[in-house]
Design a protein around this ligand. Structure first.
Ligand SMILES: [Zn+2]
Length: 278
């Protein structure tokens, strides 16, 4: 999965330090990330300092992988722009090496969060970076806001040797088969999210809800929790939530569709069922 970057180590402890040799620098323009045209990777500190006077640039510390720190630069010097290629968030789904893809999408989530929290949501005053934590603090009213992470569930509904797969119907969503998924609501334990989402999307009751594994999914600023559960009826009849889903189909274990991206928890959960491990 996308977060499985061993032997590399992701260190998300907030220790805001200035860039140093060997570090990587992200530049952003609206929803686009600027990568080095020469390498296809984020600009290195050496590339940046060769192209622009670093003492005129402002940086925000993001995170560390191994001994390399990753930062965002707040402005784009023309000399950087001239040596850059712009990519969208989706580029990081298949970027090589994978540990850099993970860095890219994680940095993008931080970028979009910082970008949307430049002002206090309570009083409207410009917010400041907290000195101790990865958070934005309002110097006027004291409002402290942490990065937004939305909890969501992915649900493998099983009935003996059969697994329920779905496909979205909305324009712009993937046409690949997937598992039932949805965001947790305020006040709701994840087990209830599982029951509610399955009932809403396919109209079926479930039991024996068991946690499998979690995955940070920065593409939607969410934290996914994967669960398997069993159908709590002998009637497999699916009643689709048609404004969301175009298809809900039971597949025998040996007939599950192949393919899809191996960066996702969804794919791993389907494969695990195919292999008879669930
Ligand atoms: Zn405020």
């Amino acid at each position: 999965m996308i977060q499985d970057i061993a032997p590399h180590h992701y260190d998300n402890v907030y220790h805001p330090v200035p860039p140093k040799a060997g570090d990587f620098i992200f530049f952003y323009r609206e929803d686009q990330t600027l990568l080095s045209a020469a390498t296809g990777l984020p600009f290195t500190w050496e590339e940046v300092t060769a192209l622009a006077p670093a003492d005129e640039l402002e940086f925000t510390y993001y995170f560390r992988i191994d001994d390399k720190d990753f930062h965002q630069c707040h402005t784009i010097p023309p000399t950087i722009q001239a040596q850059a290629k712009e990519v969208s968030m989706g580029h990081f789904r298949s970027m090589d090496p994978q540990w850099m893809a993970f860095a890219g999408i994680t940095a993008y989530q931080l970028y979009t969060w910082y970008r949307s929290h430049q002002y206090c949501g309570r009083c409207g005053h410009p917010a400041q970076h907290d000195r101790v934590e990865r958070a934005m603090r309002c110097p006027v009213c004291g409002n402290l806001v942490y990065p937004t992470i939305s909890p969501a569930v992915i649900v493998g509904v099983t009935h003996g040797d059969r697994l329920l797969l779905t496909r979205y119907s909305r324009p712009g969503t993937t046409r690949n088969y997937a598992l039932i998924a949805g965001f947790a609501e305020i006040g709701e334990p994840l087990e209830d999210t599982v029951r509610r989402e399955v009932m809403e999307e396919v109209g079926l009751p479930v039991k024996n809800i068991r946690f499998y594994k979690s995955q940070p999914w920065s593409f939607s600023s969410s934290l996914l929790s994967g669960f398997y559960c069993d159908l709590d009826t002998e009637d497999e009849t699916v009643t689709l939530q048609e404004d969301e889903l175009g298809e809900g189909t039971w597949f025998d274990r040996e007939c599950l569709p192949q393919g899809g991206s191996d960066i996702s928890l969804t794919r791993e959960m389907i494969e695990r069922f195919r292999q008879g491990l669930v």
